[in-house]
Design a binder for this molecule. Sequence first.
Ligand code: FES
Length: 116
Amino acid sequence: MYDWHEIGALDAIPRLGARVVKTPRGDVAVFRTADDQVFALRDRCPHKGGPLSQGIVHGRRITCPLHNWVLELDSGEAVAPDVGCATSYPLRLENGRIWLGLNNGTNVSADARESA
Ligand code: FES
């Protein structure tokens, strides 16, 4: 089961941007698409650990800033021909606020870092 953590307002994330949420198990990147969908992936590319939060959001995909792997935002899966997967996390959007689901007992703190 998940513990749900409120991590801030949707409007605090620019469209096509990201926000980093710090957890004891690593940074989580929360992305906002052009049509206000939100997705959360571990902020670590499955290729060589690049910061996905600094990548480019396009459609429902993110391009890693280091070597341009493209990952699906909903699953974290790399788009072929690349093979790999970033951990994805469940999100809920309620009244303009974003809730992040983490395994029970994980504490989080939101950070103001953003990329656009
Ligand atoms: S580290 Fe992301 S593409 Fe290489």
